[in-house]
Design a protein around this ligand. Structure first.
Ligand SMILES: *[C@@H]1O[C@H](CO)[C@@H](O)[C@H](O)[C@H]1NC(C)=O
Ligand SMILES: *[C@@H]1O[C@H](CO)[C@@H](O)[C@H](O)[C@H]1NC(C)=O
Ligand SMILES: *[C@@H]1O[C@H](CO)[C@@H](O)[C@H](O)[C@H]1NC(C)=O
Ligand SMILES: *[C@@H]1O[C@H](CO)[C@@H](O)[C@H](O)[C@H]1NC(C)=O
Ligand SMILES: *[C@@H]1O[C@H](CO)[C@@H](O)[C@H](O)[C@H]1NC(C)=O
Ligand SMILES: *[C@@H]1O[C@H](CO)[C@@H](O)[C@H](O)[C@H]1NC(C)=O
Ligand SMILES: CC(=O)N[C@H]1CO[C@H](CO)[C@@H](O)[C@@H]1O
Length: 558
């Protein structure tokens, strides 16, 4: 009996250990263990990301041994000063990048001469001139000793978002690439795509961003959409031929890892959700996550929900919050990202299937083209059956536990229009109804842009914040439908957005990662870090809107 109890107790410990052994990455310094915990909880820096972006002065083994010594010398209880000293002796500023002027940078891209309004043309010129300030190349010494850094090493230069986001990010890059192509910077774009593919080749997927601590989550799957922009601008089919297998692999990662069964009206479907099963705090938000989890019922589950929320790009939002009473204005302990089937994720995948199929057609591989075209058709039908709400004439996220739509306004409800993840035979009708839904939610009232939600929670991806990628998805989606009322809304909000960004730039000389839907030009707030400027996707979206709505002559791309 005693023996049995012993075995059971041992099993329980084993289970706990295995649940905890889902680290963010393999590094014993930056992704798991007591060193990370001690430094992050000592709160030496206000922003948890600062420490995990530092480099080690010695190799990992020496660093860990020095930490052991610190703990031994201080009876496992180092003071704030002891920790600071250990930090100073073992780490320093990463200093990983050299300034880089992309060789294809030009301050006179063709777009500028097509812009009719003088003040808008000057604004576009200012934005084009920001690209070199956001251009980075990794130093040779980092490429030579990557094990001392958290950066994922890549060969080619790239454009970063800006501010604390010093490395490249997955979904940000879609709008950055859009802006770069409109700035005639094709080679920079090719270099960035090659960087992404080298990472997919190595890890089997594209992580959230270019740091080892992002290796347990991806971000909205827009790689094929980026490639499609590049191919439309260049017709570089030789590049496509060389890289098609890696593009195929990235998309299969989503099919292999992120699908769940969804039952509606007694039929079982397969759709995707955001899902990171790594049950530990995000290293770059370690203090914040440990603090949040300290009041949670199940810490491990919450860590997975937090990482899955980060994978969605919407970190964080009432979109993923559901408390016991079904409310979405609770705090982050009620985060349930994984039980929600998101409209935008499934639309992005549907679009990616179609793009990949088209790439295979270009290359004359009709078998693979058919395989992906079939996936496209299945997703399109499933999105209609599961996510479209005929009564409200819009798509909604699906709560897979309650088996019902989450009938709240989010710009992501319009993603199928943008991704053309619906039957475009009925584009005018569906677009017109979506326009009516937009108005019924009183979104026309917002002079500063389309808010991320109508719920003021203090989270970043909620009211009153207005995010550039969400403006792009709604505006370009409505415009694509071809319906008059939808096009009018698109034009109106493209104008409001460009004007708001221009006011902000006139007042501060900066472009921000997000704005305030209520006050044109005012930057947004909330969330777990202070406002960042730069800013990659912001500049890309403004250039996209200017190209589409402020030029008279031919369009380069849509
Ligand atoms: C951290 O934040 C506090 C309060 O906001 C501020 O006073 C302090 O200067 C900040 N410290 C650093 C190192 O930025
Ligand atoms: C710390 O103490 C443990 C046991 O007390 C010992 O095994 C270890 O070698 C010590 N480490 C250092 C770096 O002194
Ligand atoms: C790419 O090729 C297509 C068809 O072959 C042609 O219509 C288009 O103008 C080309 N685009 C560029 C940018 O060369
Ligand atoms: C979050 O809300 C729960 C109740 O739903 C509460 O127990 C907990 O203390 C709150 N946590 C924080 C950090 O406010
Ligand atoms: C798709 O292409 C790969 C090579 O990239 C090939 O091995 C595979 O058989 C093809 N699949 C189909 C269905 O033709
Ligand atoms: C921004 O400043 C420029 C130049 O001073 C001016 O032409 C433009 O009208 C201003 N735009 C806005 C929206 O304030
Ligand atoms: C749950 C999960 O994805 N865990 C992985 C996190 O990343 C490390 C390093 O890449 C892997 O070893 C884990 O399997």
């Amino acid at each position: 009996m005693a023996f049995l109890l012993l075995v059971l107790g041992f099993l329980e410990i084993l289970l706990q250990v295995s649940a905890q052994s889902q680290p963010s990455c393999d590094s014993l310094v930056y992704c798991q263990g007591n060193l990370l915990h001690t430094i992050q909880m000592a709160r030496i820096f206000n922003d948890s990301k600062t420490f995990v972006d530092m480099r080690m002065l010695n190799d990992e083994q020496t660093t860990l041994a020095n930490f052991d010594k610190l703990m031994n010398d201080t009876d496992q209880n180092p003071s704030q000063d002891d920790i600071k000293k250990f930090f100073d002796d073992n780490f320093k500023e990463g200093d990983e990048f050299e300034n880089w002027v992309p060789s294809d940078f030009t301050d006179t891209p063709k777009l500028l001469s097509r812009i009719t309004d003088k003040s808008v043309r000057e604004f576009a010129q200012d934005l084009v001139n920001i690209w070199p300030k956001l251009a980075r190349k990794i130093k040779q010494e980092v490429l030579d000793s990557p094990e001392l850094y958290t950066l994922l090493p890549v060969e080619n230069g790239f454009i970063i978002p800006g501010g604390r986001f010093r490395e490249f990010y997955y979904w940000d890059s879609y709008w950055i690439i859009k802006g770069l192509l409109l700035s005639d910077m094709h080679e920079t774009v090719r270099g960035m795509l090659d960087n992404f593919l080298s990472i997919v080749d190595k890890y089997g997927f594209l992580p959230n961003g270019a740091r080892i601590y992002y290796l347990n989550r991806s971000q909205p799957p827009l790689l094929n959409a980026m490639v499609s922009l590049y191919i439309s601008a260049t017709n570089d089919t030789a590049w496509l031929e060389k890289n098609i297998q890696i593009l195929d692999r990235e998309l299969r990662f989503w099919l292999d890892n992120k699908l769940v069964d969804v039952v509606k009206d007694d039929t079982t479907y397969r759709l995707a959700h955001y899902d990171s099963e790594s049950a530990s705090p995000r290293p770059e938000s370690y203090y914040e996550d440990v603090t949040t989890a300290s009041t949670a019922k199940d810490e491990q589950q919450l860590y997975m929900e937090l990482k899955s929320g980060a994978e969605s790009g919407w970190d964080f939002s009432s979109r993923w919050i559901i408390d016991q009473n079904g409310n979405s204005d609770a705090n982050l302990t009620s985060l349930h990202t994984r039980r929600i089937i998101p409209v935008d994720l499934n639309s992005y995948l549907c679009q990616a299937f179609q793009k990949l199929s088209n790439f295979y057609v270009i290359l004359g591989d009709y078998d693979n083209a058919t395989f992906w075209d079939n996936q496209f058709n299945v997703w399109q039908k499933t999105i209609e059956r599961v996510l479209y709400n005929h009564e409200d004439a819009i798509w909604y996220d699906w709560d897979n536990e309650l088996g019902q739509h989450r009938k709240m306004f989010f710009p992501s409800n319009f993603a199928p229009l943008w991704a053309e993840a619906y039957d475009t035979m009925y584009a005018e009708d569906i677009g017109g109804r979506a326009a009516k839904y937009f108005k019924s939610q009183k979104i026309m009232d917002y002079e500063g842009g389309i808010p991320a939600s109508l719920s003021r929670t203090g989270e970043q991806w909620d009211y009153p914040n207005a995010w550039p990628p969400l403006q792009s998805i709604v505006v370009m989606g409505l415009a694509k439908s071809g319906n008059c009322e939808a096009i009018e809304i698109a034009q109106e909000f493209a104008q409001r957005w460009v004007k708001a960004n221009q006011i902000g730039f006139n007042n501060t000389g900066e472009m921000f990662e997000k704005y305030d839907a209520e006050v044109p030009g005012q930057y947004g707030g909330g969330g777990e870090y202070v406002i960042q400027s730069g800013f990659g996707w912001t500049n890309g979206v403004v250039l996209e809107f200017i190209d589409r709505f402020f030029t008279t002559s031919k369009k380069t791309s849509r």
